[in-house]
Write a protein that binds this ligand. Sequence first.
Ligand code: PLP
Length: 460
Amino acid sequence: MSNGSNDADPAVAGLYGNRFLTEHAPSKEFPTIGMPSLDAMRLVGEELTLDGDPMRNLATFVTTWMEPEAQRIIAENLHRNFIDHAEYPRTAEIEQRCIRMLADLYHAPGETTGARCQGSSEAIMLGALSLKWKWKERREAAGKPVDRPNLIFGGDVHVVWEKFCRYFDVEPRIVPLQEHKYTIGPEDVEPHLDENTIGVAAVLGTTFTGHMDDIRGINDLLVEVEDKKGLHVPLHIDAASGGFVWPFLYPHSEWDFRLETVRSINVSGHKFGLVYPGIGWLIFREKSDLSEDLVFYENYLGKTDATFTLNFSTGSAMVLAQYYNLVRLGRQGYTFVMEAMQKNTSALADQLSATGDFELIGQDEERLPLVAFKLAEKRSYDEFDIAWQLSAERGWMVPAYTLPPNAQDVTIMRALVKQTLSLELVDTLAGDIAQACRTLDEKGRAHPSERKQVKQGFGY
Ligand SMILES: Cc1ncc(COP(=O)(O)O)c(C=O)c1O
């Protein structure tokens, strides 16, 4: 007979559950025996309480809330492998609808093509590969060498661009940033252009400050270079975040296929497309912008399928959720949501500015719904101390980071204002940031052991 203690026999433990409460979680060895489903669920759930709360994660660009109806679609379709086009032809059709709708949003001149990806990183790898292959085709047709391709982009890009260059053997020609100049323009690109340039990548909504490169200026330069020097250099737009913001907040700003040298665009559905991770899109201007050599035709489970992806099996749920958002919101709905974020962004910016503690970075320019700010003057503490104090006092995750070279001496903080940051929460956040500064005024700065724990990444 058991005495009812926690090391009771398994039948008693099974009756009252929670064996994991008094044991360490399996972590190194493959477990010999399992546990009841309820225990497994609670074990995972309880550990996750130690993570940050996604609702207070103002570092991430990625969606942290979707409507219950969208969640239902996701939950009901987790068992559907996206790659099984023969078995799930409507899912494949829904992917194509999303591609066509995005091509329409980006003013593609006619019939086009694209790909559903895991996120913008995969979309960029595929888009840049196509730039490389198309360049190779042009060079080989002209009987010229193909051994020294280069790609031009600014220091304001996401790390994935350098990753592409290293993985796929392309020389990166990176335009460094400068203090007070955090995006690039035609004057920066021009000196790097030559016959081995496979393309230029420009950003719509940088990860660092949310601004756009001078895309029109770069387009005009590339048009001129083709006219005068016969150099054909395509432009790819990394619209990971901006691709679902600019069309709704700044519809008259031209950055997409309205500009003739823009041949491909990537966008993350899981950022301002308002879908949970991971979903991204690659959209070509015309079918011919995708190199035919990169498309694989294969007979899979009885049907010939054309694939242009880096991975094979993946979920369908987020494709369906993206389609849900496109038809649920339409242009009017996306505009409403983006304008709401924009309003709350301005409210946060005004409140931070009114404290006198901070200087805002480029708040009046076209930008993503975020506030980038830095201390207005030198203090005994810096932005990293504030990030620490704010998270310690109130749990907000607002990152502090230094900008890329040659602006590495500039430290900024950045708060994303997403759909879930209501005006009420904006007021609270602004008050909490001010309070963190007052604590630091008294304390001097964060203790070195606290500073070690500051998250220095800029969010994704
Ligand atoms: C400008 C830019 N490009 C690419 C990426 C990578 O996107 P993903 O996380 O969708 O792979 C990000 C992510 O933050 C980004 O901001």
